[in-house]
Write a new protein. Structure first.
Length: 356
């Protein structure tokens, strides 16, 4: 699976870089010809729309501009991909999605089924956020977050995130003393190296990429962050990874169930929050396969129904994880601190954050 960011597909003037798109398509086509199933998560619709409409939207607000640019630009973006891939005899299919499509398990599975049938028929899915209907509070952080959700949903073996830098460095990549970090093992903490600066044309930055990569690696999916501006970078990463500059997040050997993968990447849909005591927090953070029982609860916040997602915190207000509630908020409040009764969250529907 490949995610291509705005800084790879956009020229300095903000318009689409068709030569860069052609290079990416050429490399994806080679992977496709080698028998690999490739999903392409691609930015670029807004840049395409901006190149068509130019300054005719100066009096519109930012949300309206983004919706208009996306609506017009998505047509052009897919037209370019259709033309480029057709030169290799490859069909492409458009997948426009938004956060609501990951909210419920049924919508999640329907979306997965759509992409699966494309792959079975030899079609390359081109995935992008549906900016025409997504409002600010319901938008993905950027397509890095979207690519993580899709990779988890499709149980991908590898996600390659292409940006405009070679990977994660020990400092500012522009400084000569900064070193590229080639390999990140499970449990490694690189947060001190991560800049919060955002990219020039995208909505996210290296912080989002790091968060997505770390979580996917913990689930068992290898992630590579590399520079999409480098010639033949995809081919180099597959054929000669030892010489291609990049950062690899090594996949955790422990497997995570499909339902827990969905829960892990759907935490933004949590309807409520609960706090547990110190003993319950320690047990949940351990390697034991345990459910969250009412006796460990000390506080609840929000209203939720059985089956909704809830976020779990320890006494120090640090997030422990997220899970699907076995009981509603009223029942949880009534059972708080008591022995017996149904679990608040059953182990099978409980995702605990990686402990660092």
């Amino acid at each position: 699976m490949v995610k291509v960011g705005s800084n790879v597909l956009t020229r300095d003037d903000g318009g689409p870089d068709v030569l860069a798109m052609a290079s990416i398509v050429d490399q994806v086509a080679k992977l496709h010809a080698a028998g690999m199933q490739v999903i392409l998560v691609s930015s670029g619709a807004v840049a395409c729309g901006r190149s068509i409409l130019g300054g005719c939207v100066e009096k519109m607000d930012s949300v309206e501009q983004r919706q208009l640019f996306s609506a017009v630009g998505q047509v052009k973006l897919m037209s370019i991909y259709f033309t480029l891939f057709s030169d290799y005899g490859i069909n492409v299919g458009q997948v426009l999605t938004q956060k609501e499509n990951f909210d419920t398990r049924s919508a999640y599975l329907n979306q997965r089924s759509c992409i699966e049938v494309m792959l079975r028929r030899g079609v390359v899915p081109v995935v992008n956020e549906n900016d025409t209907t997504s409002m600010t509070e319901l938008m993905f952080t950027d397509n890095d977050e979207l690519s993580g959700l899709i990779a988890s949903m499709m149980r991908a073996r590898l996600l390659i995130i292409l940006s405009n830098i070679d990977g994660i460095f020990t400092g500012d990549p522009r400084l000569p003393q900064s070193q590229l970090i080639p390999r990140v093992e499970p449990g490694d903490d690189l947060s001190s190296y991560i800049s919060t600066a955002k990219s020039g044309f995208g909505r996210g930055g290296m912080g989002t990429k790091y968060g997505v990569a770390r979580r996917l690696a913990e689930e068992g999916i290898e992630v590579i962050i590399a520079n999409g501006k480098r010639p033949n970078i995809l081919s180099s990463l597959i054929e000669h990874p030892e010489t291609a500059p990049h950062t690899t997040f090594v996949a955790n050997a422990a497997s995570v169930s499909p339902i827990k993968r969905w829960i892990a990447h759907s935490d933004s849909f949590a309807r409520g929050s609960i706090w547990v005591d110190k003993k319950a927090a320690e047990v949940l953070k351990s390697d034991q396969a345990v459910s969250l029982l009412p006796i460990g609860l000390v506080k609840t916040e929000g209203e939720w129904e059985e089956g909704d997602l809830i976020t779990i915190f320890d006494p120090d207000n640090q997030r422990i994880g997220v899970g699907r509630a076995s009981i509603d908020s009223q029942a949880a409040s009534q059972a708080m601190g008591k022995r017996g009764g149904r679990p608040v969250v059953h182990y099978d529907y409980l995702y605990i954050d990686e402990i660092r």
